[in-house]
Design a protein around this ligand. Structure first.
Ligand code: UD1
Ligand code: CA
Length: 472
């Protein structure tokens, strides 16, 4: 079936009053990305960006700049007077712009984000097969409240007589249980020739795109509907609660996709996994883990509860103990993190390295098998292989104006509670005595002590007691 004659329109100009938010509805996020980006992504799987037109209006510039990089085009709906009015702007775009409109239009709603590409392709194919002027994607949810209702010409017919908005149902009329998803195909000419006939004489005082159905039928044109395979994919997001429901559906879908690929996820309903995250087989994810952004995790890893991993890459056999935060970090095979390690951007942790309790890293390259097990801050540092960083050791990377680098060679032993004042280079195999403040470079194979010498006064306690004996 040739579906190349389709252009795609995404309606995204509305304010989203029911969200009670200062941000435009289509920029609200589910599954780690805005509603509109989800819809654009679906659209881009079936056509190229130059055939996609986003109708923007409320906070148009903000919406435009948030999605501009996708390459789609924009049509401005300066005043938002309803979905029919939105399509009137598309008509104006083509008639005044001199650009020939595509033969068919696939119209999507910017707030129906779970729609699957397969469903859209099937809808286009159905529209062409039925030779319809308008084809509606519908669904039959358990509770149709709030949606526009599709009225068929008779219960078994593919043909539709009209769509009635919830608000415009007659008092006492429960309406049909088949809902309009807000996703349609149109023969462009049939749509355009009827847009000017829409009226705003209805409960909302808006120009409804849905009224086009009855107008086309009155002209003797064919309007049909096809029921989506899954109800979830056509659910709209008008309120925060609806949006969070879609978020949960999306995260759970991502978790199930990973489980189908051999990943074990305990209590998947508690995990927050973005749709782009990749995880290798035999990795185990404990409850209440967040895997966000472009995170990639290898196989045979274990991610313990309450860890949040964002835009990071982990090798195989990595153990992330409870409560770790990773952001733009890279972790080699068989490394061991946490509990409560904080890997900030630019942390590159080598194979079999260990970062332990309350260790914070930033812009650090840590070599193979090196360890910092307790209470450290390691920033702007290049650490070799087989290094032991003692408890509480700290790189002082910031002089109040500039950041400086600490370079630590292979096999170095950094004693507990050392402060390493950058810029600083410590040669291979050197030892830093515990409690040292190191301000000068340390050559290889040397011991550096940077602490005051201990004085011990034998018998001092007894003498003091005798001198300060309380009066009787
Ligand atoms: C709409 C449909 C309803 C359907 C439901 C499915 C109409 C009249 N009703 O209702 O039948 O069941 O979607 O989710 O179409 N928009 C604009 N410009 C406007 C108004 C809206 O671009 O002037 C955009 C919105 O940003 C949104 C989409 O169109 O992305 C749908 O608008 P919304 O107000 O959410 O329509 P619903 O009341 O949900
Ligand atoms: Ca809606």
């Amino acid at each position: 079936m040739d579906t190349s004659s389709f252009g795609i329109v995404i309606m995204a100009a509305g304010k989203g009053t029911r969200l009670k938010s200062k941000h435009p509805k289509v920029l609200h996020e589910i599954g780690g990305r805005s509603l509109l980006l989800h819809v654009i992504a679906a659209a881009k799987t079936i056509t190229t960006p130059e055939h996609i037109y986003c109708i923007i209006g409320h906070e148009a510039e903000r919406v435009r700049s948030a999605v501009e990089s996708t390459g789609v085009g924009f049509v401005l709906q300066a005043e938002q007077r309803g979905t029919g009015h939105a399509l009137q702007q598309v008509k104006a775009h083509f008639t005044t712009g001199g650009e020939a409109p595509p033969e068919h239009l696939l119209v999507l709603s910017g707030d129906v984000p779970l729609i699957r590409p397969e469903t859209l392709s099937a809808l286009e194919a159905f529209h062409l097969k039925e030779k319809a002027a308008m084809t509606i994607l519908s669904a039959i949810p358990s509770d149709p409240t709030g949606y526009g209702r599709v009225n068929r010409t008779n219960t078994l017919a593919v043909e539709v007589a009209s769509i009635v908005e919830q608000k415009d149902l007659k008092p006492g009329d429960p309406g049909s249980n088949e809902i309009n998803s807000g996703i349609y195909c149109f023969q462009t000419a049939a749509l355009f020739s009827n847009l000017d006939r829409l009226s705003s004489q209805n409960a909302s005082g808006e120009f409804y795109l849905t009224d086009i159905a009855a107008l086309l039928v009155a002209e003797g044109q064919r309007v049909v509907a096809t029921v989506a395979e899954s109800v979830d994919e056509v659910l709209g997001a008008n309120t925060i609660a609806e949006m969070m429901h879609l978020d949960a559906v999306m995260r759970l879908t991502a978790a199930h996709k990973l489980m189908a690929q051999g990943v074990t996820i305990f209590r998947p309903e508690t995990s927050v996994i973005d749709s782009g995250v990749e995880v290798g087989p035999d990795t185990i994810i404990e409850p209440f883990v967040q895997l966000l952004g472009n995170t990639r995790i290898g196989q045979d890893c274990r991610i313990r509860s309450y860890s949040v991993i964002q835009n990071s890459v982990l090798g195989d056999n990595v153990l992330v103990r409870n409560g770790c935060i990773l952001d733009e970090a890279t972790v080699g095979n068989a490394a061991l993190l946490g509990p409560y390690s904080h890997l900030r951007p630019g942390s590159e942790i080598g194979e079999a390295a260990h970062l332990g309790n309350f260790v914070e890293t930033k812009k650090v390259r840590m070599g193979r098998g090196s360890k910092a097990n307790h209470l450290s801050y390691l920033g702007d540092a290049v650490i070799g292989a087989g290094v032991n960083v003692g408890a509480g050791a700290i790189t002082c990377n910031y002089d109040g104006v500039h950041k400086h680098t600490t370079t630590i060679g292979d096999g170095v032993f950094v004693g507990s509670d050392s402060t390493l004042v950058a810029p600083l280079t410590i040669g291979d195999r050197a030892y830093i005595a515990a409690g040292s403040c190191i301000t000068e470079d340390v050559p290889a194979d040397s011991l550096a002590l940077g602490r005051s010498r201990q004085t011990t006064k034998p018998g001092w306690v007894a003498e003091r007691k005798a001198k300060t004996k309380p009066k009787e």
